[in-house]
Design a protein around this ligand. Structure first.
Ligand code: ADQ
Length: 490
């Protein structure tokens, strides 16, 4: 199948959070399965520092009375074509924020549609979050292209109807409440990034005021669990951590802990319980709970705490204050740094993720991959990926609590801290986490089934079709018997 991913982020070159991880990894897996997958993303001002981009554009287009150019390169470490939407509004060295954010991402979405109509026509456009929300609206009437819209985070819904009307001139009935609402109404299929979150968004507690609409479209909504890039995030080969290790050589992991303590200016003590957090510092991530109890937990125990993240100024400042109150015990790094994130996963004993809501969560899976035990609130994808540790039966992969209450988090932390002192059960707990298969293989198959479903094709690819897709060269693929639809436009 011909599939175009359209998104604001793609790891490792443009990533703020988990959506970037998904867009950086899933296309590669689909490509390996034999599909013609390509990615469309803005040409941010910082990209030339990260990848080689040819000077000449491959196509010029125009949308919303603006001219733009599209450049072609490859998604790093793959042969997935990456198209970069070049317009001066994306030149600043940032991904989000700025007063023109609504406008420039709506332009980007419009540009993506022009690209599909005039340069490369996919069968499925897979859109991610509100930045691409107008694509399903514009493509709704197109008989040759179907749209899938993935909700990574319902908390960000894009410009509201009146603003959209100013930007796009699209009539009100094509817009719903805001961009996110428009997208879920008009997309052929809506996906969320975990089965539990797909259920939760139909309730007032998690629906972010769209629960009515999301209940209404429940029939075309499906929850498909995210995976992680297991090649890139592999403790056995990761070149950004001081000491590689596997589940069998997990005792070597201690060297990462000591190196991390040295690097962060924490007291070097391999016996102390080292707790880590790598996160966007926003309300979603349960930081108000953390700030309410961490002081006490640090005072009660010998624990150390490191946080790496950026986000709301309030939480950034509070984390700084915490670090200044406990020199040698607490360390706060208010920046975005992928390599430090890896060293935290590889060196900490436990990983804290007490989210208020969590569509899926990638960090807890990465933590488990690196033998770092997750401490999570049971919500959204955290329910689907972490199970509570039961030392008697030797089951479970982390520590969980249910209610969004400071006392519950505190109790959970104390239990984890106590559990840490029982070396053998703890080691087994780490190994069980490392043995989890959070690869993309299973989920990629689910996505392919979904793509086929919206085209009215049987979910399972017939064996001969599968073989044909894998065997045919790129150009021939569009001619395959499955493709009776109109020719590519070029
Ligand atoms: N300061 C920093 N430095 C380096 N790396 C940092 C960092 N801050 C965060 N990261 C990285 O960003 C990613 C965070 O991903 P998550 O899925 O946990 O959360 P996020 O809320 O961003 O994603 C949203 O989209 C994803 C993808 O669908 C959903 O899983 C999730 O629930 C939803 O909220 C991880 O790879 C983490 O290591």
């Amino acid at each position: 199948m011909r599939i175009l991913f359209v998104a604001a982020e793609a790891a490792p070159i443009a990533k703020v959070g988990g959506m970037g991880d998904v867009v950086g990894a899933l296309p590669k897996v689909l490509k390996a399965m034999g599909h013609d997958v390509r990615v469309f993303m803005p040409y941010y001002g910082f990209l030339p520092d990260k990848i080689r981009i040819p000077k000449d554009s491959i196509w010029q287009g125009s949308a919303m009375f603006q001219d733009f150019e599209v450049y072609e390169t490859k998604l790093p470490n793959s042969d997935v074509p990456l198209y970069l939407f070049g317009h001066p509004s994306f030149s600043p060295r940032r991904i989000y924020y700025g007063e023109d954010e609504d406008w420039r991402f709506t332009l980007f979405a419009n540009g993506a549609v022009e690209f599909c109509w005039n340069y490369w026509k996919p069968e499925v456009v897979h859109c991610h979050d509100w930045h691409t929300g107008m694509i399903p609206v514009w493509l709704y009437e197109d008989p040759d292209i179907r749209t899938v819209f993935t909700i990574h985070n319902l908390a960000y819904q894009g410009p509201w109807r009146w603003r959209l009307e100013q930007i796009t001139w699209c009539p009100w009935y094509m817009q719903g409440h805001n961009t996110m609402a428009a997208a879920v109404q008009f997309a052929d299929l809506v996906t969320t990034v975990s089965p539990t979150y797909a259920e939760q968004i139909r309730t007032p507690a998690y629906g972010e005021q769209l629960e009515g609409l999301l209940s209404f479209i429940a029939g075309k909504t499906v929850g498909i669990l995210n995976g992680i890039d297991r090649d890139s995030y592999n403790p056995a080969t990761d070149r950004y951590i001081p000491q590689n290790f596997t589940a069998e050589t997990i005792d070597d992991r201690k060297q990462n802990k000591i190196a991390l303590q040295e690097e962060l200016g924490l007291e070097v003590n391999s016996g102390a319980f080292l707790l880590g957090m790598v996160s966007r510092l926003v309300e979603q991530k349960g930081l108000d709970l953390v700030l309410q109890i961490l002081d006490r937990f640090i005072a009660y125990s010998d624990a150390q705490f490191v946080v790496l993240g950026t986000g709301d100024r309030y939480y950034e400042t509070q984390m700084w204050h915490l670090a200044s109150r406990y020199p040698g015990r607490v360390s706060a790094y208010i920046l975005h740094n992928d390599t430090l994130a890896r060293r935290i996963y590889a060196g900490c004993d436990a990983f804290l993720m007490p989210s208020r809501f969590e569509p899926c969560g990638i960090s807890q899976m990465m933590a488990m991959r690196y033998g770092c035990v997750p401490i999570v609130r049971r919500t959204g994808g955290l329910v689907d990926t972490v199970t509570h540790h039961d030392p008697a039966n030797e089951t479970g992969t982390g520590y969980c609590f249910d209610r969004y209450e400071p006392l519950d988090l505190y109790t959970c932390l104390v239990r984890a801290w106590e559990g840490y002192h029982f070396k053998e059960p703890w080691r087994k707990l780490q190994q069980r986490g490392m043995a989890q298969n959070f690869g993309w293989d299973k989920s990629a198959v689910e996505y392919v089934k979904a793509y086929r479903r919206i085209w009215g094709l049987p979910e399972e690819e017939p064996a001969e079709e599968k073989a044909a897709v894998v065997a045919t060269p790129d150009d021939a693929k569009v001619e395959s018997p499955e493709d009776k639809r109109p020719e590519l436009v070029k």
